[in-house]
Design a protein around this ligand. Structure first.
Ligand SMILES: [Zn+2]
Length: 277
C-alpha cells in the first residue's frame, strides 16, 4: 500500500470546470455600506463601477447546496454544527475541543497518522470545501463579468412589522440591485478529488443548472441564476495518454483532456454513490 502522506501530496487527478452564470432576475451581493447611488444598501462594485461576483460567495453557496444534497448520496454533512447534525467533524469548534487530545496525539505520530485522523473526523462536505485542520480540494474563481446592463438599479423597500405584517409608517429604505441578464464566467478547480467529491459536486452542479439563487433578498425574488455552457476537463494520472499529454504540453487547453459531456461525466460518479436499483 502506498504511504498515505505521499498519496495525499502527489498529483493524481485534476478536474477543471468552466461555466457561465446567467442571472434571470436582478440580484445583489451587499457591500455592507452605503451604495454608489447613495442608497442605504449598496452592491459590491469594482473600481470601474462594475458588479463583482466574488468567488467566496460562489463557494459558500456551492457548499450550502452540497450540504442539502449530501444525504441523498449517503454522504455526511456536519452543517458546521455537530449537535444539530449529529455528524462529528473538526469544523465545529465544540467537536474539536472534545477530540483535541486525540488529534494532538495523532499529530505527534507523524503526517500519515495526522492525515488518517483528519480523514476519519471530517465530514464529506468539509473534505471537499476545507476545514480548520485541512485545506479544501476545490478552488472557485471570482466571476468574470461578460455582460450586464451597465447600470445599477435602486429599489424601494419598506420596513415590515413582524407581528402585524404591515408596513411601518415612515420607515422606508432603498437598496441597489444588478439588473437581470448579467452574465459571468466561473472556473472551478479540483485537486485530487475523490469519487465522493465528484458525486457531491455533480449533484450541486445539476441543481445549479436547473436554477438556483445567490445573494441577498432571495425571498423577494432576487438572485435567480442558471448555469450555461458547462465544460469539464482535467487529467487522471493513472491514464497513460492523459498523463503524457499533461506532462508534455504547455498550453492549458492542450494539457488538460476534455472529459466530454459534463452531465454524463458527473452522472457516473453520482450513480456509483446512489445506485438506481
Ligand atoms: Zn464538516
Amino acid at each position: 500500500m502506498a504511504s498515505i502522506a505521499l498519496d495525499n501530496m502527489a498529483l493524481r487527478k485534476k478536474v477543471q470546470m468552466m461555466f457561465s452564470i446567467v442571472f434571470d432576475t436582478a440580484w445583489r451581493i451587499g457591500s455592507g455600506t452605503e451604495g454608489e447611488t447613495l442608497s442605504d444598501l449598496g452592491v459590491v462594485l469594482d473600481p470601474a463601477g462594475q458588479p463583482i461576483l466574488p468567488g467566496s460567495s460562489l463557494k459558500g453557496r456551492l457548499r450550502s447546496t452540497c450540504e442539502t444534497l449530501a444525504h441523498a448520496l449517503d454522504l455526511k454533512a456536519c452543517m458546521l454544527d455537530v449537535e444539530a447534525s449529529g455528524v462529528g467533524c473538526t469544523s465545529d469548534v465544540k467537536y474539536y475541543h472534545q477530540v483535541r487530545e486525540d488529534y494532538q496525539g495523532a499529530t505527534r505520530n507523524g503526517l500519515a497518522a495526522r492525515l488518517d485522523w483528519i480523514e476519519q473526523n471530517t465530514c464529506d462536505v468539509c473534505k471537499l470545501f476545507g476545514s480548520p485542520v485541512m485545506a479544501g480540494r476545490i478552488r472557485v474563481s471570482d466571476g468574470q463579468l461578460v455582460d450586464w446592463a451597465e447600470v445599477v438599479q435602486v429599489r424601494d423597500g419598506v420596513v415590515i412589522d413582524r407581528d402585524s405584517q404591515t408596513a411601518v409608517d415612515g420607515l422606508k429604505y432603498d437598496y441597489e440591485v444588478v439588473p437581470p441578464g448579467s452574465r459571468f464566467e466561473v472556473v472551478l478547480d479540483l485537486e485530487n478529488p475523490s469519487d465522493s467529491d465528484l458525486a457531491l459536486l455533480g449533484v450541486a452542479l445539476f441543481e445549479w443548472a436547473s436554477g438556483a439563487t445567490i445573494g441577498g433578498f432571495t425571498s423577494r425574488g432576487l438572485g435567480r441564476f442558471r448555469l450555461q455552457d458547462v465544460l469539464v476537463r482535467g487529467v487522471d494520472m493513472s491514464d497513460p495518454k492523459q498523463r503524457v499529454q499533461y506532462l508534455t504540453k504547455t498550453n492549458p487547453n492542450e494539457r488538460l483532456t476534455d472529459f466530454g459531456d459534463w452531465e454524463k461525466y458527473f452522472a457516473e460518479y453520482i450513480e456509483k454513490r446512489a445506485p438506481s436499483s
